[in-house]
Each structure stands twice: as C-alpha cells, then as structure tokens.
Ligand binder design. Structure first.
Ligand code: FAD
Length: 388
C-alpha cells in the first residue's frame, strides 16, 4: 500500500533470494544447532558472502544502500523458513550508530570491513543487571585518562559477544548524580574486543533458546578516544535511532516466526485426519488459525509503515514500538494455536514446533519488554500520566 511498484518488485526478488539460500539450511540444520547450543556459523557465512547482512550500508562503503524495509524482509524470510535470524541480525543494524553519528574517519575505517564481514559488529552492550529496562540508570563508567577512556562495569544479556570483533558499548561518562537530565552523561563507544580480551570476561548464559548470549565484566578496559561515537554525554540519543531500526527488524523476525506457525499449522490441519475428517474442518481448529493469520498480517502492515517512515528519515519511534508489540503478541498467539493443533506431536522435537515455540517467546521480552512499549504508548502517544 505504501510501497511503490519498483521497490515492491525488488522486495519480492529479495524474498526469492533468501528462500533459495535457506534451502541449504533446512530445519534439521537449526535443530542440530539448537541441540548443541552452537552458533550457526555456516549459515552466517553464507549470508555474509551473498551480501545480505550489509544491505543497509551505503554503496560508497561497500553495502547495497537499501533500507530497513528490505532488511526486514530478509530476516522475516529466514525465520519463516524455520531458521533463526537472530544469529546475524545485529550485523545489519548496529553499524547504524557509526553511519548516523560517527565521523568520516570512523565510517571509512569500519563500514567497508563490516560490509565484507571482515569485522563483525554483532554485539550491542546496553543492558546491565541493576538497570534492566531502566537503561539510563546504568552504572558502567568510562573515565577519560589522557587520550583513552578506562571502562569498568558489568553488562548482561549481551548477545554474540563471543562471535564479534567489535561491540557498540553504552557507558556513563558523567556520574548519575552530576547530570540534570537522566538521558545525559551516557556515551557510545566502539570497543575492539580482540584488542582488550585480557580485560574482558565473558560468561555464556544458558537459556531456553540457542541465542549465544552472555554476561560481561569489563575491568580497566581501554578505549582510544577516537572510538567515541558522536558527542560525549549524548550517547543515549545515538542509540535511540538504532533501537528503532532494531525493533523494526526484530519485529520482522517475529513476523517470520508467525508465518512459519501459520504455514505449519495449516499444512498439519489439512493433513491430520481424526473422526474421519481433517482437523482443520473443525471450527475450533480453523478459527484460531485464521484469527492468528489476520493478526500477523496486520502486524506486518505496521512493520511496513514503521520501516518506510524510518527509511524516509521520519520519526518512527511509535510505529517501531507498536510493530514490535503487535508482531510478538500475534506470533505468540499463533505459536500456541499451532502447538495446540499438533496435539501431542507439537511437543515432539522432530516436528520443530517446540523449538520455534521457545524461540518465538523471546520477542515478548527483548529487545524491550512489551510492558515498556505499552507504557510508552500510554505516556507519549496518548498523553496519559507517567507511570514511573
Ligand atoms: C536472549 C536475550 C538476548 C538479549 N540480547 C541483548 C543484547 O544483545 N544487548 C543488550 O543490551 N540487551 C540484550 N537483552 C536484554 C533485554 O533487552 C532485557 O532483558 C530487557 O530489556 C528487559 O530487561 P530485564 O530483563 O532486566 O527486565 P526488568 O527490567 O527487570 O523487567 C522485569 C519485568 O518487569 C516489567 N517492568 C519493569 N518496569 C516496569 C514498569 N515501570 N511498568 C511496567 N512493567 C515494568 C518488565 O516489563 C518485565 O516484564 C537480551 C535479553 C535476552 C533474554
């Protein structure tokens, strides 16, 4: 509806390209990775080699110069195929901080290498154990000494830190007590994790999904001043636009999961015959599936709106939040419906539903919990009193 014909045709070509690539990585591949809690290295390399992870990098820095809308379709199709795009998504959008807020030297130095995959910038270091959803309350401190920042602190839930060369780090450069606005005094840095490996302790967190997520201790980590992205003390603003892209892209993975559940549920509801008729003939099976389909389609429309606003440089925060909420809720509903209609077989690993069911649950929590989205809409869109 908002997308012109030429762009739509290009999007369809992207869908076809990703579907083709995903044929080499069937559900048995993802099941095995899940079983071993292993990183899908072969898949990420194949995506990188074909240039799919660098689509949002401008052509002058070696990427395809496409928008978040095209990137969304890539992640959606991966998840729809039964895969898990979370293993590579951050390589697409974390570089946005350099692109939008970095200086020309930083862009020249990093973006072409991120585009080829020579450098992996897949780690986004924001969350802390004592701050949680209250990001601006974080404690990790970066103190300027000469031409370096010395960083001490702890991060949690930092995904793919063991698969990345670089981390985009949010740290405090002014103590909380000295800032007037709570969003001030935070800065963004590009941390070279290979260079500082002796000062960084990374502990994997065992989770119910295969997500390569970790807790991190930073002890006297040194970051050269030229790795400060944007203006010192204004880092929170830098990551906000990136967070909008992240929410739109992660909503797209969730939409891909939703479509996966609808595909699987529909096939099974047509094939499984009980009481001498396909189970999908029963309204108790058919209606929940049809309802989920509509909810996922409408979440996808909100995703498209958010992506187009973002790509046009318009404010997309409300839509980015809404599409993340709507897609994760619709997909979780679809996950439950498809689990239900599989009867006992939904729980059998060979049907893959249980793996996707576990994976789909994440999007209600990360990258931001749905409660926090609702509070944002209540407060900033409806103008209701602040709840916290
Ligand atoms: C697998 C995984 C991967 C992740 N990857 C990354 C990553 O790469 N980088 C990164 O920085 N972070 C990452 N995260 C962290 C994620 O963004 C946080 O878990 C999330 O923002 C919630 O923070 P929390 O877990 O501390 O929950 P809390 O903030 O402790 O919240 C707990 C519950 O209380 C609710 N709550 C809290 N305050 C309010 C309120 N005022 N009103 C209503 N409800 C409220 C929340 O909605 C939630 O339901 C990841 C998390 C997971 C699980």
């Amino acid at each position: 509806m908002f997308i012109d014909k030429e762009r739509q045709e290009n999007i369809e070509a992207i869908r076809a390209g990703i579907r083709q690539l995903c044929k080499d990585f069937p559900e048995s591949y993802w099941q095995e990775k899940d079983k071993q809690s292993a990183y899908p290295e072969e898949f990420i390399q194949a995506l990188t080699k074909e240039g799919w992870l660098s689509v949002m990098i401008p052509e002058e820095y070696g990427g395809a110069g496409l928008g978040v809308l095209e990137a969304s379709v890539i992640l959606e199709e991966i998840n729809r195929s039964g895969g898990n795009a979370g293993a590579g998504h951050a390589q697409m959008y974390t570089m946005g901080a350099i692109l939008r807020h970095g200086n020309e030297d930083q862009k020249q130095q990093y973006l072409p290498k991120i585009a080829t995959g020579e450098l992996r910038l897949q780690a986004f270091g924001v969350t802390e154990p004592n701050a949680g959803s209250d990001t601006t309350n974080l404690d990790t401190m970066a103190v300027k000494k000469g031409n370096k920042y010395i960083v001490n602190g702890q991060k949690i839930w930092i995904s793919r830190s063991q698969q990345s060369d670089l981390m985009l780090l949010l740290a405090r450069t002014t103590p909380k007590k000295d800032v007037k606005k709570k969003t001030d005094g935070l800065s963004t840095f590009l941390l070279d994790m290979n260079d500082q490996k002796d000062n960084i302790t990374i502990n994997p967190i065992d989770t119910m999904i295969n997500h390569s997520t970790t807790e991190i201790f930073l002890e006297n980590v040194e970051i050269p001043e030229e790795n400060l992205i944007g203006v010192e003390g204004k880092g929170f603003k830098n990551i906000l636009s990136g967070m909008n892209a992240e929410r739109i892209l992660i909503a797209s993975e969730s939409i891909g999961d939703g479509k996966y559940f609808i595909d699987k549920g529909t096939t099974y509801a047509n094939e499984r015959v009980i009481f001498n008729r396909p189970i999908g003939q029963n309204q108790g099976v058919q209606f929940p599936l049809a309802t989920s389909y509509m909810n996922i389609e409408s979440a996808a429309l909100m995703r498209d709106k958010a992506a187009i606003l973002f790509d046009n440089g318009d404010t997309s925060g409300n839509e980015a939040n809404m599409c993340k909420y709507l897609s994760s809720e619709a997909t979780w509903e679809a996950a439950n419906n498809t689990m239900d209609l599989h009867g006992g077989y939904g729980l059998a690993k060979e049907y893959h539903i249980e793996r996707k069911f576990r994976e789909a649950r994440l999007y209600k929590v990360a990258p931001i919990t749905n409660n926090l989205i609702v509070t944002h809409i209540g407060q900033h869109v409806l103008g209701l009193p602040r709840s916290f």
